[in-house]
Design a protein around this ligand. Structure first.
Ligand code: CP
Length: 315
């Protein structure tokens, strides 16, 4: 695997191998010295054209924990604001000879375009409404830590599926690992033909009691050019998941940032059933594993080699 552009770049064996690697890095994060020398002398560029807290900070910290030099560029405050094109920006940053470029961009396919312009490994940190593969992988890791394999588990993905790259990556990743995926939301926020991915579709929360895991999505009002629901209040009345809608065995996930009191009740966010903090912690270990697999291993196979590679003593 030279780049990570979408979940389709992986298969179940590759995902398991990457999550095994992430477990090693989660162990490293518990040490007094949390750095390993795996990427010493290599440069990682993070390039964010859209707002981010979790993805940008965790990729940056992941690269630093692997001892890489890190150049972090946000479109806001950069020469993008002076009209510099994506291609010119990427060519400019390529002068630093990066081993990897991590990019978030509002246009679907932007990460793919970079692969034609640079020698570096390209990691898609979210492209429009298309893919967010590292989110799906960290979600699988958080679930693995809490419940083990997702095989046979019922996972409901609820909310604004239409505008969600997280939903697209997670439907693929959860299904690939053997989960039964159901999506639920108002008809205006469910993409037409989504059943072709193998998931079930519900237009209400009826039946949600069957779910082992309820994965909530943010209402992405910044991507809505028209009104998709009668009102946010009405949406919350019909689709908000709060403690009253769940039974004690059900787990709740959300990629963040949350709209507290809209798609998710505060009573759920702050409860033991919430994996939201676990998801953020998992992001660091999984993103270390992604950079390690792409750069330290540099494999060209779809399935990642199972042979252990030492991640190194403390740097
Ligand atoms: N889940 C996620 O992508 O969060 P950020 O937008 O904060 O990176």
């Amino acid at each position: 695997m030279k780049h990570l552009l979408g979940i389709e770049d992986l298969d179940p064996v590759g995902i398991d191998a990457l999550l095994d690697r992430a477990e090693s890095f989660a162990e490293v994060s518990k040490r007094d010295i949390k750095k390993v020398p795996a990427l010493r002398g290599r440069t990682v560029v993070t390039l964010f054209y859209e707002a981010s807290t979790r993805t940008s900070s965790s990729f940056e910290l992941a690269a630093k924990r692997l001892s890489a030099d890190v150049v972090s560029v946000k479109a806001s405050g950069s020469s993008v604001e002076k009209g510099e094109s994506l291609k010119d920006t990427v060519e400019t940053l390529s002068a630093y000879d990066p081993a990897a470029i991590v990019i978030r961009h509002p246009q679907a396919g932007a990460a793919q375009m970079l692969t034609d312009w640079v020698d570096a490994a390209v990691v898609n940190a979210g492209d429009g409404m298309h893919q967010h593969p590292s989110q799906a992988l960290l979600d699988l890791f958080a679930l693995r830590q809490r419940i083990g394999s997702v095989e046979g588990k019922k996972i409901w993905i609820v909310g604004d599926v239409l505008h969600s790259r997280v939903a697209r990556s997670n439907i693929q990743a959860f299904s690939m690992m053997g989960a039964e995926v159901t999506i639920a939301g108002p008809p205006t926020l469910i993409p037409r033909g989504i059943e072709a991915t193998g998931c079930k579709v519900h237009y209400s929360l009826d039946g949600i009691e069957e779910a082992d895991v309820v994965y909530l999505l943010r209402m992405q009002r910044e991507r809505m050019e028209e009104s998709f629901v009668p009102s946010i209040r009405e949406y919350a009345r019909l689709f908000q998941v709060n403690a009253r809608r769940l039974n004690p065995r059900q787990l709740v996930m959300h990629p963040g940032p949350v709209n507290r009191g809209i798609e998710i009740g505060g009573d759920v966010i702050d409860s033991d059933r919430s994996l939201i903090s676990d998801q953020v912690a998992s992001g660091l270990a999984v993103r270390m594993a992604i950079l390690f697999e792409l750069l330290a291993r540099g494999g060209d196979s779809r399935e990642m080699d199972q042979a252990p590679v030492p991640i190194g003593e403390p740097a």
